[in-house]
Design a protein around this ligand. Structure first.
Ligand SMILES: Cc1cc2nc3c(=O)[nH]c(=O)nc-3n(C[C@H](O)[C@H](O)[C@H](O)COP(=O)(O)O)c2cc1C
Length: 209
């Protein structure tokens, strides 16, 4: 079946990882879910004003979005567990960095800002793109980890009972269909949720979608 041009214009949310560059020139990594057309020719980033990603995007107007099946990396990013950025190289078209272990990457330049606080809208053009390795494929545990990561980023926004309930529902998918990396990722996210629930009443949490 060929995808018609009309279908190419479907707008969808693509979950992945975004690198931006901090004021001190250090690369920053965050999970982000831009709105894209099916052919990935345009990206609309929706960063919360409280995020570092927003500040970096405002200051420099560039980022690199990565499509990945590495849900352990996404969990570790969300848990702020990484001491340094994983293997990466400089992008050529913009001042940005490309993660070498991703499946696909898109170097983005912000063309237009819209919206308002607390969540801004950055319409971006794709200035360069590439493929590093094939996508592994569908796996329910991987998807469950993505859902758990989003739940973890919503602590303080969603009721605690709802977050814990949804995590419990996701767990069997990870146990039954995942491998070691997915189980590790889910465990990391469980710890993030519990730590957040136990410590702060969510003053600077950001919501997703
Ligand atoms: C899959 C996924 C998608 C996300 N998408 C967004 C998003 O579109 N906008 C946003 O502000 N935060 C989003 N988040 C939450 C951010 O990753 C998280 O709040 C992070 O702390 C970003 O803040 P930072 O730039 O200060 O690191 C998402 C989280 C996950 C797990």
């Amino acid at each position: 079946m060929t995808i018609s041009p009309a279908r190419d214009n479907d707008l969808m949310v693509l979950e992945g990882l975004l690198t931006t560059i901090a004021p001190d020139s250090r690369p920053h990594l965050a999970a982000m879910g831009p709105v894209v057309d099916r052919a990935c020719t345009s990206f609309v980033l929706k960063p919360f004003e409280t995020s570092q990603t927003y500040q970096h995007l405002r200051a420099r107007g560039v980022a690199v979005f990565h499509v990945t099946d590495d849900v352990l990396l996404i969990a570790r990013v969300l848990a702020s567990e990484l001491a340094s950025l994983p293997a990466h190289r400089q992008a050529e078209g913009i001042e940005g960095v490309i993660l070498e272990q991703c499946c696909r990457w898109y170097a983005l330049r912000v063309r237009e800002w819209e919206g308002s606080s607390p969540r801004w809208i950055a319409r971006c053009e794709v200035v360069d793109q590439g493929e590093e390795r094939p996508f592994w494929g569908f796996n329910r545990a991987m998807h469950a980890v993505i859902e758990a990561a989003i739940l973890a980023s919503r602590v303080g926004i969603l009721p605690s009972a709802e977050i814990l309930d949804q995590l419990q529902r996701l767990r069997p998918l990870v146990d039954k269909t995942g491998g070691e990396r997915e189980r590790d990722a889910f465990a990391i996210l469980g710890r993030v949720v519990l730590a957040k629930l136990c410590s702060e009443p969510a003053t600077n949490e950001t919501e997703h979608h």
